[in-house]
Design a protein around this ligand. Structure first.
Ligand SMILES: Cc1ncc(C[n+]2csc(CCOP(=O)(O)OP(=O)(O)O)c2C)c(N)n1
Ligand SMILES: [Mg+2]
Length: 355
């Protein structure tokens, strides 16, 4: 790892060499090893396509996740279908793994509908949450509810390094520990909260905060998809069978801007970006699979085709989407519309009709 993160669990070094001993617990079939790569490749492609769509005026804003593919894919892959992921706003990769249609996901960023047009209950993927750390409380509440229901489902809260400064994070951790909520706290420490570096966010390492709440905290190399998958699978298992939460700090890096509205060149040191570019999660895993003889030209071709298809699906689904019905704005305010609301609706619909 880069300086200061030597205590992170790692199975693959940056040259793609596997620590065979540490990897014994992995127990992944070749199909799974390849699927992890396919999902990372699809995530990167979808992420770049989304950034391009924003630049073309088709999305209002978009927060890229480039650089964080291994952290998201590795962690979400460790979830079972019934497990519920509660994302922030940067989890397109986790959404893909959970089977969310990315057109439905991106409708949030087109401003079509609050939280996107997918069904959170069906996909087990919560609505996009912009208020920092708010989704941690949802994840803990859902986990506690699922325990009371006698369900075996686990919740996973996704959040960033900046979110650990919010009261909601600390309240969520403490509640989960005290009431034994089956939840995994998955922090992607991408080193930045917009322009605030992690050194201004916390003095103690993030994963060590778990100790104060009384549950395990683990730091993992978030650019190593295999290590991320393994530690998350173990944490999910612990939540499911022992109702013990885990805080995972996945050390990674935001290679892109905070969002398409941000110019990261004004605060991210160039050398730092270059240093992390060398640790690109896709490059590392590609080297490993190629070395093993798994990523043949034919397999690669098939994956590229899948990525092209996904990009075309996103493009046609977003660009071709009809505008939302302006009348919808008034449907969800009160169970019965007030007179004033009715007047406003009439006025807006008349104006919209004139255009
Ligand atoms: C409660 C709240 N405060 C402030 C903001 C403004 N804001 C949006 S993103 C962000 C930084 C979050 O950083 P981090 O948790 O590290 O997540 P990242 O963006 O790096 O994925 C802030 C402060 C917000 N959305 N919600
Ligand atoms: Mg961050």
């Amino acid at each position: 790892m880069t300086d200061g993160f030597e205590d992170a669990v790692r199975l693959l070094d940056p040259s793609g060499r596997l620590d065979e001993k540490a990897a014994e617990a992995l127990d992944l079939k070749e199909d799974d090893l390849l699927e992890l790569f396919r999902l990372m490749l699809m995530t990167r492609r979808a992420d770049l396509e989304s950034t391009a769509l924003q630049r073309q005026g088709e999305l209002a804003v978009y927060p890229p996740l480039i650089g964080q593919e291994a952290a998201q894919v590795g962690s979400a892959y460790a979830l079972e279908p019934g497990d519920f992921a509660f994302p922030s706003y940067r989890e397109l990769g986790a959404a893909l793994v959970k089977g969310v249609d990315l057109v439905d996901y991106l409708h949030f960023y087109r401003g079509t509908w609050h939280g996107g047009t997918y069904d959170p209950l069906e996909t087990r993927f919560g609505m996009v949450a912009v208020p920092i750390a708010s989704q941690i409380l949802h994840a803990v509440g859902y986990a506690y509810g699922s325990k009371l229901d006698g369900s075996r489902d686990v919740s996973m809260a996704y959040f960033g390094d900046g979110a650990t400064s919010q009261g909601d994070f600390h309240e969520g951790c403490n509640f989960a520990a005290v009431f034994g909520a089956p939840v995994v706290f998955f922090c992607q420490n991408n080193q930045w909260a917009i322009s605030v570096p992690v050194s201004k966010q916390t003095v103690a390492p993030i994963y060590r905060k778990a100790e104060a709440y009384g549950f395990p905290g683990i730091r993992v190399d978030g650019n190593d998809v295999l290590a991320t998958y393994l530690v998350t699978r173990q944490a999910v298992q612990r939540a499911r069978t022992e109702q013990v939460p885990t805080l995972i700090e996945a050390v990674t890096y935001r290679l892109g801007p905070h969002s398409t509205a941000d110019d990261a060149g004004r605060y991210q040191p160039k050398e730092q970006v270059e240093q992390w570019r060398e640790l690109d999660p896709l490059d590392r895993y590609r080297k490993f699979l190629t070395e093993r003889g798994l990523l043949t030209e034919e397999v690669k071709k098939g994956f590229d085709e899948d990525a092209n298809k996904l990009a075309a699906h996103i493009r046609s689904g977003i660009v071709g989407a009809p505008p939302p019905d302006p009348g919808d704005l008034f449907e969800w305010v009160f169970s019965e519309k007030t007179k004033r609301l009715e007047a406003q609706e009439k006025e807006l619909l008349e104006e919209a009709g004139d255009q």
